[in-house]
Write a protein that binds this ligand. Structure first.
Ligand code: ADP
Ligand code: ADP
Ligand code: MG
Length: 480
């Protein structure tokens, strides 16, 4: 039984987790550091413990003991994918709301996780430990211990590989304390499609459908939605089965995400597994009625999943926009300051998960995400209309934000058509070159001439049958 939880995080996610705990009748305490004195998550908490760093395992364990908490929820980022925290909880007799330490370390290593997935017959991106054959270019150099889009290099020609590996290795050593890198086939114009999974400690697993996260900057998601316009019910069944095979292969316990990239002809490849609650989890909640934090707590308490795969349904459409303190036109540089005006949107089908309010100060210490704006509507079209309206109504002054930029992206013809891939922003340079006093209508008009001929068939895998190439799976994995 969990009676009290220490939330080892800050910002919107600490607040969001506390809401569910209170609804479950569970006490919540948070941690905060000196620069976060007065931050919203600390001010809203009934109990807050000062620590020196959100990355200090020993201090977080001590805070949990001082709080007499039975469990720790790590949120996302920080120590959420750090096996040492899970292990330290075990040692201290505290429940870690997340998977076992071995699962975290196995999945945190991109090569080890691919090895496990290949064993489970889940299609993985072709990968080399050293130089790939010349015919396989372009390739992507990746950090074995990487995350957050860091330590990646696109390499177009064999002669550039060595230098790219050396610089990626340096960046990885600095960011993750792990200099190992490897080479992966670069998939052109992919879509990022991930599956939410849940596993309990009794061997039951379900997937909770997909999220499409193809709108990215620097390999980091900024807009996410579900269902994906690229996923037919047939593809959903296949990818869902692959996600479940992944979960089963590692006896996954808790909420996790299996990330895939989907190529333009409908082949999908395992990218990585995130062993935590995902930033974009609300779109899944909005369309299924599940509260994923509640599910995490129930699973950590040893309860069984209270539904089978066939009981889960998705209704309507949900989109999330990540609101950042940043300047999109200046290469997304972070912006700092004090929030002077904060008037968030409201109305039917709107959810705001925010870590800030009026008076909040935004510094350089942490990730510049301020809030997540999530909408639900019966159809994708109406969800887009709702998101446009909500972004128009969102007034946040004092720091520069990407709100207008998000509004422009959502307003493009390509977004309306579901014509998405991870290079979306590169293909829309007009989104970056706007003087900020141009009316939104003019911006939209400028980006509207649509290459209508192009957006028909390769769209959505709809109508294009899947090709199971040798490099893919040779059809060797089964839906079981
Ligand atoms: P998601 O996969 O949930 O969309 P992101 O990759 O955007 O998550 O990362 C979620 C948060 O965690 C961000 O605030 C990001 O900066 C942070 N983060 C991601 N990977 C790491 C890492 N390896 N170390 C520290 N923070 C990370
Ligand atoms: P991270 O751990 O940093 O989140 P991922 O492996 O999940 O790294 O990749 C992040 C993003 O980088 C993907 O969503 C996709 O946009 C891009 N990406 C990763 N691998 C490939 C690939 N092999 N080909 C093309 N794009 C890729
Ligand atoms: Mg990823």
């Amino acid at each position: 039984m969990i009676r009290k939880v220490l939330i080892a995080n800050r910002g919107e996610i600490a607040i969001r987790i506390s809401y569910t705990l209170r609804e479950m009748g569970i006490e919540a305490a948070v941690v905060f550091t000196a620069v976060d004195e007065g931050a919203l998550h600390q001010r809203l908490a009934k109990e807050a413990h000062l620590i020196a760093s959100y990355l200090d395992v020993a201090q977080i364990i001590r805070a949990a003991k001082n709080a007499a908490a039975d469990a720790i929820h790590p949120g996302y980022g920080f120590l959420s994918e750090n096996a040492a925290l899970s292990a330290a909880c075990d040692e201290a007799g505290i429940i870690f709301i997340g998977p076992a330490a071995e699962t975290i370390s196995g999945m945190g290593d991109k090569l080890e996780s691919k090895r496990l997935m290949q064993e489970a017959h889940v299609p993985v991106v072709p990968t080399w430990n050293g130089e790939p054959p010349d015919s396989e270019y372009p390739v992507l150099v990746k950090a074995t211990g990487g995350g957050g889009g860091k330590g990646m290099r696109l390499v177009e020609r064999p002669r550039n590989l060595a230098a790219a590996m050396a610089s990626a290795s340096r960046e990885a050593a600095a960011a993750f304390g792990d200099s190992r890198v490897f080479v992966e086939k670069y998939i052109r114009q992919p879509r990022h499609i991930e599956f939410q999974i849940l596993g309990d400690s009794h061997g039951n697993y379900v997937h909770v459908f997909e999220r499409e996260c193809s709108i990215q900057r620097r390999h980091q998601k900024i807009i996410e939605e579900t269902p994906s316009t690229a996923v037919t019910s047939e593809l959903r069944a296949q990818m869902g089965a692959a996600a479940l095979a992944a979960a089963r292969a590692v006896k996954y316990r808790g909420a996790g995400t299996v990330e895939f990239i989907l190529d333009p002809v409908g082949r999908f490849y395992f990218l990585e597994m995130n062993t935590r609650l995902q930033v974009e989890h609300p779109v899944t909640e909005m369309t299924t009625g599940l509260d994923l934090v509640r599910e995490q707590v129930r699973i950590a308490s040893g309860e069984k999943l209270s539904y089978a795969q066939a009981d889960l349904r998705q209704t309507g459409h949900s989109i999330e926009c990540r609101v950042y303190a940043e300047v999109p036109e200046e290469d997304f540089r972070p912006s700092t300051g004090t929030i002077e005006v904060y008037e968030p949107p409201a109305g039917p089908g709107i959810r705001l998960d925010s870590g800030v309010t009026r008076g909040s100060s935004v510094g350089y210490h942490f990730d510049p995400m301020l809030a997540k704006l999530i909408v639900w509507a019966p159809t994708r079209e109406s969800a887009i209309d709702r998101m446009k309206r909500a972004l128009d109504d969102f007034v946040l002054l004092g720091v520069r934000t990407n709100i207008e930029f998000l509004r422009c992206v959502i307003g493009t013809g390509d977004f309306a058509l579901g014509k998405l891939d991870t290079a979306f922003l590169d293909r829309h340079p007009e989104l970056f070159s706007l003087p900020s006093d141009v009316p939104v209508e003019a911006i939209l008009a400028a980006s509207l001439p649509l290459p209508l001929g192009e957006c028909s068939r390769e769209e959505a895998g709809e109508g294009s049958s899947l090709t199971f190439s040798d490099a893919w799976t040779s059809g060797s994995w089964r839906n079981s």
